[in-house]
Write a protein that binds this ligand. Structure first.
Ligand code: AMP
Ligand code: ZN
Length: 468
């Protein structure tokens, strides 16, 4: 059996059949650049990174497109409140986004189209919808008439009779109960300030949903293979994308819709609006390792909710340390006598890894396959040492897994961990000097969950790694 994905559109796992053999067109909804992304957003981007990397591992060529939403209610409000241009305002968050991608080893997409540089494509699409009679003008704005699209609601599972016909909505994010005709083009009003485009549709700016339809079809064609996003994007955003695209082209828009579940904090979705979020920088400033954040965000199946905890990230670092120590030991080994014992171990691991990820990216058994391989190979190394050929076979398998997971090889900065421990020990000494014993204990506990044991001696604090 080949690769299976859970397709939200049909609510079942389906065999993945690309439109063109060996090639995948993948669209992933990107950040709205009105603020720094939080790690809930990165759960979505890391899931998409896993998907893309795995398709490459399985030999597909992939074109991945991720939009940057730089025109929407929030970016416009942000730049006008600050009294700066939209471009100036969004640049800070675009730059920060790319920096975070690199820190989390999220591979770059093929294209990152921005809404501001694709106005023409959006205007053309709205014109097609007007020509077809599914869009209509109301004042200076243009709306999509959802009752004209019989499949409206299919993706998110709403029934058309639940929709209030004739109601209109200008806000870009809204609740299910308020499903209504949505804005394709918003005529300029005073709140928009200097943010507008003079186009054939009038003076104004595109709605959020049309951005993704126009940009995905420009780079991937009118029908493409996979579209991803978090479950919160299913309605109204993706529902509206389908309605716009399919009404304009008369063709199926997307064959497979994949949605990731949310990253939660104490039972609630991590979101700006709940003020319960962490940015990647917040976590790094608190001493967490970015690869441990990546590990935590990947290690739970993408369709399961994941509760964020600091303990979880610290435990992840201990697992990573095991992988990194192993990789380094393999690299440094020489002159052993394993004589062909490794081939069957790596082969079994690769088979298990592939069959797990083929099954809708079932990550837990895939990770287990990697750790089982480490354990079995460690035994061989301890008993007889690695032959040169076996060393090559093992490194090749590890590099293959690393191409998908991106945390199997020790990062260049692995040494920094030691420096980080020293820094935290100093912070603990300072806390104790200031009689802040609570903070001192917190630091000790944090280090302990990372597998670091502290020992206070007369000549200062010493540390050692817990041996498992
Ligand atoms: P936004 O910038 O709000 O448009 O979101 C960018 C991506 O992050 C979308 O795919 C969202 O569905 C996703 N997302 C937002 N919050 C979370 C969360 N707490 N957990 C997982 N994904 C999220
Ligand atoms: Zn989108």
């Amino acid at each position: 059996m080949g690769i299976q994905f859970y397709n939200t559109y049909n609510r079942r796992k389906e065999e993945f059949k690309p439109i063109k053999e060996g090639y995948v067109g993948l669209y992933t909804c990107g950040p709205t650049v009105y603020d720094y992304a939080h790690i809930g957003n990165f759960r979505a981007y890391i899931f998409e990174d896993l998907l893309r990397r795995y398709l490459l591992y399985r030999g597909f060529e992939v074109t991945q497109v991720m939009n940057l939403t730089d025109i929407d209610d929030k970016t416009i409000k942000g730049c006008n409140t600050k009294g700066i241009s939209l471009a100036e305002y969004t640049k800070v968050f675009k730059d920060a986004f790319f920096e975070d991608l690199d820190t989390l080893k999220i591979a770059r997409a093929t294209h990152y189209p921005e809404a501001t540089t694709h106005i023409k494509e959006m205007v053309d699409l709205v014109k097609r919808l007007l020509d077809k009679g599914v869009a209509y003008r109301m004042g200076d704005s243009i709306y999509y008439r959802i009752t004209e699209f019989p499949n409206y609601g299919k993706l998110s599972g709403m029934k058309l009779e639940d929709l209030k016909t004739g109601a209109r909505i200008d806000a870009e994010e809204y609740e299910k109960e308020t499903a209504a005709d949505f804005a394709l083009w918003k005529g300029w009003d005073e709140d928009d300030g200097d943010v507008y485009w003079e186009t054939e549709l009038g003076k104004g700016r595109p709605g959020w949903h049309i951005e993704c339809s126009a940009m995905s079809m420009k780079y991937l064609g009118e029908t493409f293979d996979i579209h991803c996003g978090g479950v919160d994007n299913m309605f109204p955003h993706h529902e509206n994308e389908i309605a716009q695209s399919e009404a304009a082209t008369g063709k199926r828009f997307v064959n497979y819709w994949l949605h990731n579940a949310h990253l939660m904090v104490e039972g609630k979705k991590m979101a700006k609006s709940f003020n319960n979020f962490y940015t990647l920088k917040d976590l790094i400033d608190q001493g967490l390792h970015p690869m441990a954040v990546r590990y935590v965000l990947i290690a739970t199946h993408y369709r399961q909710q994941l509760n964020f905890t600091f303990d979880g990230v610290n435990a992840a670092l201990a697992s990573l340390q095991r992988l990194w120590d192993f990789y380094t030991n393999v690299e440094e080994s020489s002159g052993g006598d394993s004589g062909g014992q490794i081939g069957s171990i790596t082969h079994e691991a690769e088979e298990k890894f592939t069959s797990a990820l083929d099954d809708d990216l079932n990550i837990s058994p895939a990770l287990a396959a990697v750790f089982d391989m480490v354990k079995a190979a460690n035994r061989v190394m301890a008993e007889v040492g690695l032959s040169e050929d076996d060393k090559k076979i093992l490194l090749k398998a590890l590099d293959g897994f690393d191409s998908v997971l991106a945390f199997v090889k020790p990062p260049e900065e692995a040494k920094i961990i030691d420096e980080e421990v020293e820094r935290l020990i100093q912070a603990r000494v300072d806390a104790r000097r200031n009689k802040n014993f609570e903070e001192a204990d917190r630091i000790r506990d944090q280090l302990l969950t990372q597998g670091i044991i502290l020992e206070d001696t007369k000549s200062g604090t010493k540390w050692k790694r817990k041996v498992e």
